[in-house]
Write a protein that binds this ligand. Structure first.
Ligand code: HEM
Ligand SMILES: Nc1cccc2nccn12
Length: 290
């Protein structure tokens, strides 16, 4: 299967910056969601989950077709809680009906990362809505209970290597786990809505204890009230992953640079873009003085 992005002839950078700004203003205004964490984290997770269904071996799934809009995909148990992000974006889709669902879900993640003071994520438009019968099966997203070998093998299907996997996992600096969504709890300490390299600093500096949580799942907890999933902790159990954890803990610029590249790659998995498609680097509200 080839997913060829369509050439968008009648929309300019200004039009897409207008969509970016509409999402960013709504994000700034609706700050009370999830105990004043806001919608940034769940929008980031929605962009990742709508892209993470891709299978490089047969080029099915991925962000191209916007199939998260169909219940078969949004009701995947792996997607529990993401409806909050989709409901946040619904009015944006009404305001800009020319934007495809695939472009909407991925752009939402770009806005979230950039407005939470993360790196600029280069982004290309042109994803095309696919019919419901092209929705990939459930079960393509990762479980949290396994170790390094599982993580490494899982991300091979998304064509992502050790360095890209560690960089991307840094997005777990955002938001929180919710017992009612995934059976993981915490952090009891302040959950963050600012994009930093603290995930890596916490991994290296906290005193982690493996404990059974209220949902009978094992998770790593620290005295300061932070938590890590088994798949998070796996990054300091494996020498190859550990080298990148240390790199990103000590070099925030390198983390930002590598995260931006890996997140773009994740959001574009399986898509062929025409040579003529521009790559947009959007301004944040702050940098526009808005
Ligand atoms: C081994 C791979 C991964 C696993 C097993 C995993 C698992 C999880 C789990 C269990 C949660 C808690 C969800 C909830 O209870 O509401 C979560 C949250 C989150 N994940 Fe991941 N994740 C993985 C990779 C990623 C990647 C690659 C990204 C983005 C680049 C990401 C971004 C997020 C964000 C932003 C949240 C917070 C969501 C919120 O606060 O509502 N995760 N993840
Ligand atoms: N915030 C958050 C979300 C998901 C996973 C995770 N591990 C450590 C922190 N964290």
């Amino acid at each position: 299967i080839v997913h060829m992005a369509q050439e968008i002839k009648d929309k300019s950078e200004k039009d897409y910056q207008e969509v970016y700004n509409a999402i960013a203003v709504k994000l700034r205004e609706e700050d009370e969601f999830d105990g004043y964490i806001g919608y940034g984290p769940v929008l980031t997770r929605l962009a990742w989950h709508s892209s993470g269904t891709w299978d490089k071996n047969n080029n099915t799934g991925g962000s191209f077709g916007g199939t998260y809009q169909f219940q078969k995909e949004s009701n995947d148990p792996s997607n529990k809680g993401l409806h909050n992000g989709a409901e946040f974006l619904a009015p944006i889709h009404k305001q800009f009906p020319w934007l495809s669902h695939g472009d909407l879900y991925t752009l939402g993640g770009v806005v979230a990362i950039q407005e939470l003071q993360g790196p600029v994520i280069p982004w290309r438009p042109g994803r095309v809505d696919l019919p419901e019968d092209m929705t990939p099966d459930n079960g393509r997203l990762p479980d949290a209970v396994y170790g390094a070998d599982y993580v490494r093998n899982f991300f091979k299907r998304l064509d992502l290597n050790d360095q890209e996997v560690v960089a991307l996992m840094g997005a777990h600096c955002l938001g929180r786990t919710h017992l009612q969504n995934t059976g993981f709890d915490g952090p009891w300490g302040a959950a963050s809505n600012t994009f930093t390299n603290e995930f890596f600093l916490n991994l290296l500096n906290e005193n982690w204890k493996l404990e059974k949580n209220e949902a009978k799942n094992m998770q790593w907890n620290s005295p300061k009230g932070y938590m890590m999933l088994p798949t998070d902790h796996a990054l300091i159990e494996d020498d190859k992953y550990m080298a990148y954890v240390k790199l990103y803990a000590t070099n925030n610029d390198k983390f930002f640079e590598d995260f931006a590249k890996a997140f773009k790659k994740l959001l574009e998995g399986g898509i062929t873009f025409p040579q003529s498609t521009p790559t947009y680097r959007f301004e944040t509200l702050d940098s526009q003085g808005l």
